[in-house]
Ligand binder design. Structure first.
Ligand code: ATP
Ligand code: MG
Length: 403
């Protein structure tokens, strides 16, 4: 006997009517996409939950995949059995044994099929007794059990549900719009993308690339990072902006102390224009207040002047260690710490101004005209489509063709 389904609960969607239907159908779609490599699975929606019917697929492998789907509050293995004592007993024991290391349990039986001869008060001790008889040193604890096993006797069959596992939380990706993530090769921006996706936001990425100052390795990092992020949102388009000419012009024509601020302002201008073109309504960055020179309050103020687009900064109040913890959890950390040349570090002076002003930034920029350079960078922007489960070689080839 083995579990034949996974019960999916979506707690946070305390929504009503049409909106709820919309959320549920996107969650169902996301689950389906996620389980593409488990072709026998089928997703069944009931009134306020979903089941992944396994049809022979491996329960734990499927659950592992489901953990990456936002919008799921918790999950449990479950099994449908015939309404007879023997089947119920075996199923309950299976559910107990699945809860690794559990020393106590509780059975919660419910009988909506009143024709079933045993009522729920009698079922609890009957099935509980069977678990006790077949285990060692295990007790029943009705108040604080290690695992609660639910038994539901319905008209069509009986359902036994094992312990709860936490899901990824958040909202289904695709329910709250799209944002353009400024994705560098660093630790922060991928985490930022992940947290934005957690709130149901679909992500496109923009990366500023400065060949030959930044190398193949830098390029590969961004592809690999987007690959990891695509686990949480299926596919990510990376818009790769050729940024060398603008950076060289900044280096030539702008005062050294302001080159970083002005470079960031250029990034913001280009990102906003690209977002507008793509119908994307916000930008997301990995900025964290006070972390580096570009992230002082003064810097943020000077950089932000050039756009009135909403900027999502999920990391703004986080400590580096908190960010690293998430990066490790989502699998981006090891990619981010690979050595590489960042377009910013190559061009940025040793001591950038930590207190730039809007007035000076605007004044220095007015001495040169960047309009054509910005337009050219946008015109020459290439798009790479990164999908979950896509082979790295395939993406690599697509990329080489584009650049
Ligand atoms: P990260 O770890 O994300 O690189 P950081 O701590 O290095 O961040 P900065 O270098 O100040 O911080 O960059 C701030 C933000 O600007 C980044 O989080 C990212 O969103 C964006 N950014 C920086 N460089 C690039 C780039 N080459 N392409 C796209 N976005 C970038
Ligand atoms: Mg960086």
């Amino acid at each position: 006997m083995n579990f034949d389904r996974i019960l999916i609960r979506y707690g946070e969607m305390a929504l009503k009517g049409k909106k709820r239907n919309h959320f549920e159908s996107i969650l169902q779609r996301n689950l389906k996409t996620k389980l593409k490599n488990f072709p026998n699975t089928h997703i069944k929606k009931t009134r306020d939950r979903m089941y992944v019917l396994l049809n022979g697929e491996d329960p734990s492998q499927v659950m592992e995949k489901c953990r990456e789907v936002f919008g799921i509050h918790s999950m449990s293995y479950a099994i449908r059995v015939e309404k007879n004592e023997e089947e119920l007993k075996s199923a309950v024991l299976l559910a107990f044994e699945e809860a690794d290391g559990a020393r106590s349990f509780k059975i919660s039986a419910k009988r909506s099929d009143k024709n079933f001869p045993i009522n729920s008060q009698d079922l609890n001790p009957l099935l509980g007794g069977y678990v006790l008889k077949n285990t060692d040193g295990v007790t029943v604890d009705v108040h604080y059990p290690d695992v609660e096993i639910k038994v539901d006797i319905r008209t069509d069959a009986a359902y036994v549900t094992a312990q709860d596992y936490p899901g990824a939380g958040g909202l289904p990706v695709g329910t709250t719009g799209k944002s353009l993530l400024l994705l560098s090769g660093g630790i922060d921006s991928p985490v930022s993308g992940y947290l934005t996706m957690k709130r149901g936001v679909e992500i496109d990425a923009i990366h500023f690339h400065s060949p030959p100052y930044t190398s193949e390795r830098a390029k590969q990092k961004v592809i690999d990072l987007a690959g990891e992020l695509s686990k949480f949102g299926h596919k990510i388009n990376i818009h790769v902006v050729p940024f060398t000419a603008i950076q060289q012009k900044i280096q030539r024509e702008m005062p050294e102390g302001y080159s970083m601020t002005i470079m960031r302002r250029m990034m913001m201008r280009i990102s906003e224009k690209l977002a507008r073109k793509e119908g994307i309504l916000s930008l997301t960055t990995g900025e964290s207040l006070g972390q580096v020179a570009s992230q002082t309050m003064e810097s943020m103020n000077a950089i932000n002047e050039v756009t009135n687009y909403p900027i999502i900064r999920p990391l703004v109040s986080m400590d580096k260690l908190e960010i690293i913890t998430i990066a490790r959890k989502i699998g981006t950390y090891d990619i981010s710490i690979r050595p590489y040349e960042d377009c910013c570090t190559v061009f940025v002076p040793q001591a950038p101004k930590t207190k730039p002003t809007r007035e000076k930034s605007t004044y220095y920029e007015s001495n040169s005209d960047f309009t054509n350079d910005i337009q050219k960078a946008l015109d020459e922007t290439a798009v790479i489509h990164v999908k979950e489960n896509q082979s790295a070689d395939q993406i690599e080839n697509d990329f080489d063709e584009l650049l």
